[in-house]
Design a protein around this ligand. Structure first.
Ligand code: FES
Length: 119
């Protein structure tokens, strides 16, 4: 990654670099981040580590604004990383913004998730 601005936004590529209903992994000081693109071209980023047993969320199935973990099928909200009931947990989420077709990712996690886990 390059071009870290003083407010911690980094340019991570272009919208077309991320397939619809797919993801890209971005390396950061906080660890791997999974950058998701939904069918309606919304972008979301979560720590690439399922709160259950650390499954790689970037390899999961994107549906709606959710992702299903590839290991044991927990479902997480892309918006905030919260695990959908009946499972309990949270993966830290990171703000994403588009400027034209250029994607920027904030390396400051959004508030509200302490990566708690029921496991
Ligand atoms: S590691 Fe994700 S559901 Fe188990």
């Amino acid at each position: 990654m390059s071009e870290v601005s003083k407010d911690n936004w980094v340019q991570v590529g272009r919208l077309e670099d991320i397939p619809r209903l797919g993801s890209r992994v971005v390396e950061s000081a906080a660890g791997e981040l999974a950058l998701f693109r939904t069918s309606d071209d919304q972008l979301f980023a979560l720590l690439n580590r399922c709160p259950h047993k650390r499954g790689p969320l970037a390899d999961g199935i994107v549906h709606g604004h959710r992702v299903t973990c590839p290991l044991h099928n927990w479902v997480l909200e892309l918006e905030n990383g919260e695990v959908v009931a009946p499972d309990v947990g949270c993966a830290p989420s990171y703000p994403v913004r588009l400027d034209g077709d250029v994607v920027y990712l904030s390396l400051e996690p959004a508030a509200g998730c302490s990566e708690k886990s029921a496991a």
